[in-house]
Each structure stands twice: as structure tokens, then as C-alpha cells.
Design a protein around this ligand. Structure first.
Ligand code: RB5
Length: 154
């Protein structure tokens, strides 16, 4: 997808890697909108996931990146938000396919899981892929229908 900016956030366990990803995005001419955290001091990942999701829900950016120790807590928190499809990935095939098939709007990964080289490849695969629509749109619509029904019952 051709994007000019992307929202990015991390907790303390993802801070060092987030700094590298931000540099990489800038080199690619993509403006990173950094919602924190801004140091390795301990913080709670759900708050950061919420901030990234709000930016996407508000239309500030179409896509987001969340980094924690594993990428898992961030994805769990992000997927509680309406309209958010967050994928925790640690291989480039999944990072690409979660855009082309799942129309994921947030990529999550873990600084304690992936190295810097792989992390930057995950980002590139995610950003450069486009949703294919068609039968995949029908399945994404089914996810949205489940979300709507669950919220109504909640
Ligand atoms: C922080 O210690 C760690 O639990 C967090 O970064 C993340 O990996 C949670 O899923």
C-alpha cells in the first residue's frame, strides 16, 4: 500500500527496536507518528495499543505498528478495538499475507523474538502489500459481523 505516514507504538520491551523501525520508516520517506513509550522504563502495553488503535479508528493513519516483548500482548489488546485487525508476525510470509488476505491494519512483533533485520523486513512486507479483496473481503466482512454482534451483546 502506498502510505505517507504510519502510527507506531511500543512498550519498554520494544523500545530499542521501535527506534530502529522509526529510522527505517524515515529512510523510506514514511512519516512515523510515534505515540510512545519513549524510554525503556516499564509501562503497560495495553495503553500504547489503545493509542495506536485510536489513531487508526480516527483516520489519522491507515496502518499501525506495535512492538512489545513478543508482539502477543499488543495484538490481544489491539484486537479488542472495533475495526482493528492486528496480526502478531515473526515471518515475512505472514506479514505480507496478513495484508493481502486478512486486510490487517496493525502489524505486531516482539523485540525479544525477532532481530532488527527481520523486523525491518516484516515492516516492508506488511507496508508494501495490498489487500486482494474478493473472497477475502467476504471473510473479513464475517469477522466484522462477529465483532458487531459481540459488541451488541456485550
Ligand atoms: C513485558 O515484560 C512483556 O510482557 C510485554 O512486552 C509483552 O511481551 C506482552 O505480551
Amino acid at each position: 500500500m502506498k502510505i505517507s505516514k504510519i502510527t507506531i507504538g511500543c512498550d519498554h520491551a520494544g523500545y530499542e527496536l521501535k527506534c530502529k523501525v522509526i529510522e527505517h520508516l524515515k529512510e523510506r520517506g514514511i512519516e512515523p507518528i510515534d505515540v510512545g513509550t519513549h524510554s525503556t522504563a516499564s509501562c503497560d502495553y495495553p495503553a500504547i495499543a489503545h493509542a495506536v488503535c485510536k489513531n487508526i479508528q480516527d483516520g489519522v493513519t491507515e496502518l499501525g505498528i506495535l512492538i512489545c516483548g513478543t508482539g502477543i500482548g499488543m495484538s490481544m489488546a489491539a484486537n479488542k478495538h472495533r475495526g482493528i485487525r492486528a496480526a502478531a508476525c515473526s515471518d515475512t510470509f505472514s506479514a505480507r499475507l496478513t495484508r493481502t488476505h486478512n486486510d490487517a491494519n496493525i502489524l505486531c512483533f516482539g523485540e525479544r523474538v525477532v532481530g532488527m533485520g527481520l523486523a525491518l523486513d516484516l515492516v516492508d512486507n506488511f507496508i508494501d502489500a495490498d489487500f486482494e479483496g474478493g473472497k477475502h473481503q467476504r471473510r473479513v466482512d464475517m469477522i466484522t459481523a462477529i465483532e458487531t454482534e459481540e459488541m451488541k451483546n456485550g
